[in-house]
Every structure is written in structure tokens, then in C-alpha cells.
Design a protein around this ligand. Structure first.
Ligand code: ADP
Ligand code: MG
Length: 493
């Protein structure tokens, strides 16, 4: 691992939970479903939620004599992803058969890539909340077929099989064992998801299983060789990934400190009880007897095609983050929050264009994202459009309303989707900047409260009380700066 934060290499900094002198070592195998309307080796549709077995061609059902035909678009998607992960694209790669029996795998083998994957080593930068960056190495990315799905809960003594998913293209993205805490692993998955969504190569929908991870965990004393790993299979939530790592590391530490040894095994996470349980040990591990699929030629790529794909890559989160820092003067953390989602980044840019960018970032990240999260809305469904939020900021800037009133206006905008200038006008929320009007209120309050005036003379902090009174009397509409100046002048004078 290389890292820009020297402390991160020791793993001491980002470890949560009580792992004491132990260091957690994590490597992830992420399965990402390729965004493509057809499957990897057949023309059948990949649409989610179709009637069971509606999207199954003769190839997907493994009828005798059927031949796979590579889907060029899926290959393009894998290349695009490799480029987005700063990875080497292999001009020569090979499809192998991974042999095993399972009822949801009619071929009796999965077509995958083993020794010669389409994408080699790359790197993903993970932004930590403290501003440090952890670089997680990518070992490889290969293309493979997904399996079907067995259904055991529709009949008391029969199982059904749905082959809609059979043959859908997956990218398996294998990281190096470069993560040192559950937090890093969770943020790595989020970052990877963000990159894939920017690229348009995987929709990242973890609930629908479009993105799932096998999580490898071991523990060691810092500086010592890696310990034996356990692999927790098929995790489809960042929260569960973090919880599973925490539990699994603690379990391994307890075993070792109790004088035991860790058996390399595959485990499953029980999210109800928050524990991992053994699924199979290494002794029971499959011998897949990989060999090159004789039905498929090796994949030979043309460098020109790769360059063409490279030329169409969108601005990716890291580049956008850098630009937001340079162009708008944002903090690295604010920038990384804003760029995590492409639509959110676009929204922010529209608000910030030609305005105070820090103010725009504050409104977007705290007020708007907070409100959207509360209502469970996506940015594209926001009742407050970027142009309207920009106008609200303009009203604060030109002194029409105070920041405090702006929050009220924002609430109304959220409810009604209304236009800020119109709301301010209609509800009479304009800031009173007329010094004469404010002065009259100030005089009245000073005259009515001689005891408070005495208090102020002894304790200038009591000014706050007067400010509060004036703001109350003007329904928060008095310009706070004018109020403060006038009060000081009168009370000190
Ligand atoms: P397999 O197919 O046997 O699971 P892979 O090489 O495909 O093996 O994947 C191994 C994964 O486990 C990689 O993500 C790697 O980073 C990770 N890994 C390897 N060694 C360790 C270790 N000691 N602790 C934690 N993770 C590890
Ligand atoms: Mg594995």
C-alpha cells in the first residue's frame, strides 16, 4: 500500500473498536453487474424484475450445442471501468471455465477469466473524513457470467429456479489487502460505487444486488506478516460490511489471544444477530479445474479502440473534486461529499456558478442534503431546484433577507416548491434596513428596560438580550448588523 498519510500505514489511526495492538487487514472482491441491455454471451434481456424465466435464451439455459457469442458492449464497459480505476488494460485475455455443479448453473460451469483477466493493476483513492487519502490497490478486474437463482420458499417440498440472471455480465473487481479498518473498507466500496456510476458501467444498486462484495479479513501485529484470512461472502450493504468486519476481526483476535489458530474459511454474515458464521472451510473448498473455454477465442483488443473509449470518459470524482477545490476554494472534505454523486455535483455547480461558492456548498450540503435525506428523496426529485436555491442565496447576499429568515424561506420552498423572491414578497419577510425604523424600536426597548441597561453597563455581554428583543419586535426582519451598531451606540453613548 502507498498512502499519503504516513500514520495510515501503521493502521493505528483509522481503527475503530477495541483492537488494541492488533491491526486489521482487509481485501475486497466486488461483483458489479455490467450495465448492458443484453447478457455477456447471449442476446437475452437483463431487465430487473421481469417474470421468472422470461429473459432466458437457449444459451443461458445451456441447451446442448448452443454456442456463446461475446457481447462487444460488455467488453467495452469492462475496459471503460478499468480506465476509470487507473488500471492497465490487457490487450490479450482469456475466458476460462470454472467447473462446479449447482442447480442454478445449468452449464455445469461458469465462464470467467482466471489467469489472464481483461484488466490488471490499478488504484482507487479513498478520502477519509480527516482529509487523508488512502490508496487502495486494484489487483485485477475480470469479466464473468452471473448464475441463476434457486427459490426455496414457494413450495413446501420443491425448489424452483429462475434463470433470468443466468449469463448476465459481471465485473469482479479484486482489491489488494490494503485496507486497515472497517471505515476504510466502507468508504472504499462507496468510492468504487461512485466511480462505476459516473462511468455508467454499473448502476451500483446494492439492494437489487447489482453491487455485492466478498470481504476478506485477517488480523496481525503491525509490521508482522499477514495472518490467515476468512472470507465473508455476498455482502450487499456498506453498513453490514462494516459491522461484519468489526465482528470478524474481534472474533479472530479472541481466538488468537486464547491460544487458537484461524482456519481459512468462508463465512456468512448474519445481519440480524450481527455475527459471522462458518459456511465452508478451505478443506471443503472447490477444485474448479479451470481451463480455457474451447467455445471462445481469446479476447484480443486493439489499442486504438481503448484510446477511443478513453477519449469519451467523463470527468471522474477525483478530477471533479480537484476542480471544486481549485475553482471554488472548497475544503477537500466538502468537495469529496459534493462529488460523490454526479447529479449532486451538477446541482451544486449550478448553485455555485457566479456566487459565493462556500455559501453555496453550505446550503447544498447541510440544508438541502439534510432535508432530502429526511424525506428520502433523490437530488433529481428535489422540490427546490438549483436555480431557486441560487436566487435564495442572492437574496441573502444583497441584504433583502437575513440568513435566519432565509432558513424559513427555504422551509417554505421545500414544502411548496415556490420561488424565493415571491415567498419573501408575499409573506413580508424583507429585511428592515431602514435605520430610522430600527432606531425607533431600539429606543423603545431601551426606555422600557432601565434595569437591563444597568446590567449591560456592568456586563457588556447583556447586549445579546437587547439584540434578541429588537429581533423579536421586528419578527427577525431587522438587519442584525444595524441592530448591533445602533444598540452599542445608544447604550455606550
Ligand atoms: P480467492 O479467489 O481465493 O478468494 P483472490 O486472490 O481472488 O482469492 O482474492 C483474495 C482477496 O483476499 C483479495 O481481495 C485480497 O486482497 C484479499 N486478501 C489476501 N490475503 C489477505 C489477508 N491475509 N487478509 C485479508 N485479505 C486478504
Ligand atoms: Mg474469493
Amino acid at each position: 500500500m502507498t498512502t499519503k498519510d504516513p500514520e495510515a500505514t501503521t493502521g493505528q489511526k483509522h481503527i475503530e473498536g477495541a483492537t488494541g495492538p492488533w491491526e486489521i487487514v482487509i481485501g475486497l472482491e466486488v461483483h458489479a453487474q455490467v450495465t448492458s441491455s443484453a447478457k455477456l454471451f447471449s442476446g437475452a434481456s437483463t431487465s430487473f424484475g421481469a417474470e421468472p424465466n422470461a429473459n432466458v435464451s437457449l444459451v443461458d439455459a445451456a441447451m446442448p450445442g448452443m454456442l456463446p457469442v461475446i457481447n462487444r458492449y460488455c467488453v467495452e464497459q469492462a475496459i471503460r471501468t478499468g480506465l476509470g480505476l487507473n488500471a492497465a488494460i490487457n490487450l490479450y485475455s482469456v475466458f476460462d471455465r470454472k467447473n462446479y455443479f449447482y442447480p442454478d448453473l445449468p452449464q455445469g460451469y461458469q465462464i470467467s477469466q482466471y489467469k489472464q483477466p481483461i484488466v490488471g493493476e490499478g488504484v482507487v483513492e479513498v478520502d477519509m473524513p480527516d482529509g487523508s487519502v488512502v490508496e487502495v490497490g486494484i489487483e485485477r478486474l475480470h469479466l464473468e457470467q452471473d448464475a441463476g437463482k434457486s427459490i426455496h420458499d414457494l413450495h413446501p417440498n420443491m425448489s424452483y429456479v429462475d434463470l433470468n440472471r443466468s449469463g448476465v455480465a459481471l465485473m469482479e473487481i479484486v482489491s489488494k489487502p490494503d485496507m486497515r479498518s472497517s471505515e476504510q473498507a466502507g468508504l472504499y466500496v462507496s468510492k468504487l460505487r461512485s466511480i462505476l456510476r459516473y462511468l455508467g458501467t454499473c448502476d451500483g444498486n446494492m439492494e437489487q444486488g447489482s453491487l455485492r462484495a466478498d470481504v476478506n479479513v485477517s488480523v496481525r501485529r503491525p509490521g508482522k506478516p499477514f495472518g490467515t484470512r476468512c472470507e465473508i461472502k455476498n455482502m450487499n450493504s456498506v453498513r453490514f460490511i462494516r459491522a461484519a468486519i468489526e465482528y470478524e476481526a474481534r472474533r479472530q483476535i479472541d481466538v488468537i489471544e486464547g491460544g487458537g489458530v484461524i482456519d481459512q474459511e468462508t463465512r456468512l454474515f448474519d445481519s440480524v444477530n450481527g455475527v459471522t458464521r462458518p459456511m465452508r472451510s478451505k478443506e471443503e473448498a472447490h477444485d474448479y479445474r479451470y481451463f480455457p473455454d474451447p467455445d471462445l477465442l481469446p479476447l484480443e483488443l486493439d489499442q486504438v479502440w481503448i484510446e477511443d473509449i478513453k477519449a469519451t470518459l467523463p470527468e471522474l470524482p477525483d478530477q471533479k473534486k480537484k476542480r471544486f477545490i481549485d475553482e471554488f476554494g472548497l475544503s477537500p472534505y466538502d468537495a469529496s461529499v459534493l462529488v460523490a454523486d454526479r447529479d449532486r455535483a451538477g446541482y451544486f455547480e449550478e448553485v455555485a456558478e457566479g456566487r459565493d461558492a462556500k455559501m453555496a456548498a453550505n446550503w447544498v450540503t447541510s440544508e438541502l442534503f439534510g432535508a432530502l435525506n429526511k424525506q428520502g428523496l433523490d437530488i433529481t426529485e428535489s422540490p427546490v431546484k438549483a436555480a431557486a436555491l441560487g436566487q435564495l442565496i442572492d437574496l441573502i447576499k444583497d441584504g433583502t433577507i437575513s440568513g435566519k429568515i432565509a432558513k424559513q424561506v427555504f422551509e417554505i420552498m421545500l414544502e411548496t416548491g415556490g420561488d424565493p423572491a415571491h415567498i419573501v414578497e408575499e409573506r413580508g419577510l424583507k429585511q428592515v434596513t431602514d435605520t430610522g425604523a430600527i432606531e425607533a424600536v431600539v429606543d423603545k426597548i431601551i426606555a422600557a428596560n432601565p434595569d437591563k441597561v444597568e446590567e449591560y453597563k456592568a456586563k457588556p455581554k447583556a447586549l445579546g438580550w437587547f439584540v434578541g428583543q429588537v429581533m423579536q419586535a421586528t419578527q427577525g426582519k431587522a438587519n442584525p448588523k444595524t441592530v448591533n451598531e445602533l444598540l452599542k451606540k445608544k447604550l455606550d453613548g
